[in-house]
Design a protein around this ligand. Sequence first.
Ligand code: GGG
Length: 364
Amino acid sequence: MNLCSYLKMKKHILVVPGDGIGQEVTAVGKKVLEKIAEKFGHEFTYDEALIGHAAIEAAGNPLPDETLEKMRASDAVLFGAVGHPKYDNDPSAKVRPEQGLLKMRKELGLYANLRPIKLFDELLSASSIKPEILRGSDILFFRELTGDIYFGEKGRENDGDTAYDIARYSTYEVERIARKAFDAAMTRGKKLMSVDKANVLETSRLWREVVQRVAKEYPEVTVEHQFVDSAAMLLIKDPRRFDVVVTANLFGDILTDEASQIAGSMGMLASASIGDGTGVYEPIHGSAHDITGMGLANPMASVLSAALLLDISFGLKEESDAIINAVDLVLKSGVRTRDIADADTPKDKILGTDATGEALLSYL
Ligand code: GGG
């Protein structure tokens, strides 16, 4: 037990469930935090706020000022997901749930998105990748989160016939995410892969130049540069080749969804968005309206996001490990949500969101 764990911590957590299954999984994440506070003698207080489609419906704005103020005033944010199919089928919609997510990242200076690809042994067979290729995979992605094509000018010209999105990166933006990734590499296998498309894109040529320069400050770290197309192929072919990966916003978004298949399901992957202020912790999955309200969503990603919150924002490593251990024990007990069940899973072991949450709480 570290010294921190002897101290009662008083922290204020903002819960922002967002849309779709965000509501269901975040409720489980919060219950786990409450149980941890009770078990370890901490005092966590909570508030809630709206974002995304839920906020558009209530306030006409995907990120109301009130939500942003509450985020800034909190010690950490437990976040769910944003999105709604009605906007996906209406390309002309001017206000969209995802605008709330992007604005939140920019306003809070959340430039580093950490996405650990943790494979629990019990889920080796849940993946479509062969177990002998997967066994032992353990990857930490650093996705740059406040730059790139997501934040550049976008628009239409030629009477709407032509569309453009501008990708832009500054040396400063690449340097700060590269340093975070190199620092992490120093605490892990001293291996870092930087992913870009430097054979085609100017932003990627700057990216590579800057990463090469920062690498000189970390002579112990072995650096590999991969083009994004090659990295996408290698991720499935040889996942153990990867340790710490640093990449741009768009490439990181796509590669981590692909990498979720290493962990068995998107429902298993947590993330931490950190930078200048309050940290935001959320599953990498979206709002999944196809299963919203059915009680089928896997809450593990939200629960593992709560574990990241405790570790990174509060420095409570023992408490964080207790959550990861509970996830491991639930999986060892044979319990599965639908997304990680396979043909051999007994029917009575396939549980819904709330029952999986109860199983997790029983191991805390
Ligand atoms: N919890 C993640 C989430 O809500 N994802 C929806 C989304 O729009 N993602 C885009 C992105 O992460 O840039």
